[in-house]
Design a protein around this ligand. Structure first.
Ligand code: HAM
Length: 415
């Protein structure tokens, strides 16, 4: 006997009510992004692996442990994208002229993580990126858009916290790395193997360690925001002022370092306050050094991404009632009634959502229409054919009428 083929571990199908919710989240996202003048983009799902080893960082978990990579026939190393920002940055590097390039996108991302509720190996993100200009106002605006989006989804503000931090400029990070390395070098015997391997090349990554022993060592480690330049501090203060002035509550959190290497200055995360591990629903930050890590250009940028599945888990089911398109079932008792049937042509040309069903069992046709939320049932059975008629049942109002089949005008009868 053949075994049933199951979905790949950490992946899931989306259908029915889930698909309704998914589309609702994506449509709301694009409507808000359009209002702020962001333009939709789709970049490929397969990219050169080097894009992510340079941008997200070779020593991050995402690149070192979780990539779906493969050697292509021409021997180049390709991968399924683990995130969208790097692909968009690649596009921006090649196409930027002046001012701001403002992008919105959504699609599947791939990370070979240990699957659990809210954490998948194929998951979907929505993303927004503003590339080209740098000012505290732009950082504030990108966070403001996130907050508007979350509120419009109906997630009340007692359900989540906005955490923010400043990671400083690239120069601040270099100086801080040296301090951190000096501090951590006292503990080489106690650090986890992974952290030890990061000590020389990228000590900042150690701040993100999930290892309990490392966490203990990190309690007394120097904090990056105690070592920011005056300019970086001033930049961060302005963002906090804009947020407060616009009624957006936030908590400053010096532990928020993010799991990707490209960030500078502002980092933020919207986290649900439910006691479960996968609590980051939307996250992002400024990435002024990213484009220079993957190209010869040097262009600043900022953006965020949200996990669609994690947002879906926080919103109620979507009511399909707001869809004004009427749904029609044209039911025929015999296949031959289809021949030169004018109402069929009218249905094809109309904007109504419709389905044709042929069955000798009229009871079954009625029950199919009821179970599948049709608004109207158009019935052509044996008795209708004999009298050259069509029966039209309004399934919401429960009214049935008959009309001449020859003169039947669909648009006049369906309201
Ligand atoms: P990230 O923090 O890696 O950032 O992911 C952003 C969001 O994607 C998370 O907050 C979470 O909601 C969702 N997410 C991440 N991994 C998974 C997973 N395995 N399963 C389900 N959902 C997940 C980025 O990806 C950056 N590119 C964000 C960004 C955009 N920064 C600047 N622009």
């Amino acid at each position: 006997m053949n075994k049933n083929i199951l979905p790949v571990k950490g992946t899931h199908d989306l259908y029915g009510q889930d698909m309704e919710k998914f589309n609702y989240v994506v449509e709301l996202f694009y409507s808000i992004a359009n209002k702020f003048n962001f333009n939709a983009i789709q970049t490929p799902i397969i990219e050169n692996q080097e894009l992510f080893s340079r941008s997200v960082g070779e020593l991050t978990d995402i690149v070192s442990k979780e990539m779906y990579s493969f050697v292509d026939k021409n021997e180049s190393i390709l991968c399924l994208r683990p995130e969208a920002t790097s692909g968009i940055a690649r596009f921006a590097a090649a196409n930027y002229q002046s001012g701001s390039l403002k992008f919105s996108t959504h699609g599947p991302m791939f990370r070979r993580e240990r699957p659990q509720k809210g954490r998948y190996r194929q998951f979907y993100q929505i993303n927004i990126e503003n590339i080209g200009e740098k000012s505290p106002y732009i950082d504030f605006e990108i966070i403001y858009i996130a907050s508007t989006f979350i509120n419009k989804l109906g997630i009340s503000n007692d359900k989540y916290n906005l955490l923010i931090n400043s990671l400083g400029s690239a120069e601040d990070q270099n100086n801080f790395s040296k301090l951190l390395k000096d501090y951590l070098s006292q503990f080489t015997k106690k650090l986890s193997e992974t952290s030890l391997s990061r000590l020389d090349k990228n000590p900042l990554r150690i701040l993100d360690s999930k290892d309990d022993g490392d966490k203990e060592i990190l309690v007394n480690a120097p904090k990056i925001n105690d070592h920011l330049s005056g300019e970086s501090k001033d930049y961060f203060s302005k963002i906090k002022m804009f947020l407060s002035d616009n009624g957006i509550s936030f908590q400053e959190n010096d532990k928020l370092v993010r799991g990707l290497d490209y960030y500078t200055h502002t980092a933020f995360e919207f986290q649900t306050n439910e006691e479960k591990r996968q609590n980051a629903i939307l996250a992002g930050g400024r990435y002024d050094k990213l484009i220079n890590m993957i190209s010869t250009k040097d262009i600043p940028g900022i953006g965020w991404a949200a996990g669609i599945e994690r947002l879906m888990a926080l919103i109620p089911n979507v009511n399909k009632g707001n869809n004004s398109t009427k749904k029609i079932l044209l039911a025929l008792q015999k296949e031959e009634y289809l021949n030169s049937l004018d109402v069929l042509k009218q249905l094809y040309q109309s904007d109504f959502s419709h389905e044709i069903k042929i069955s000798n069992n009229i009871k079954k046709l009625f029950s199919y229409a009821d179970k599948n939320d049709f608004d109207f049932l158009l019935l052509i059975g044996e008795s209708e054919i004999q009298s050259n008629e069509i029966s039209v049942k309004d399934l919401n109002k429960k009214i049935q009428k008959t009309h001449s089949l020859t003169d039947f005008n669909l648009e006049n009868e369906i309201r």
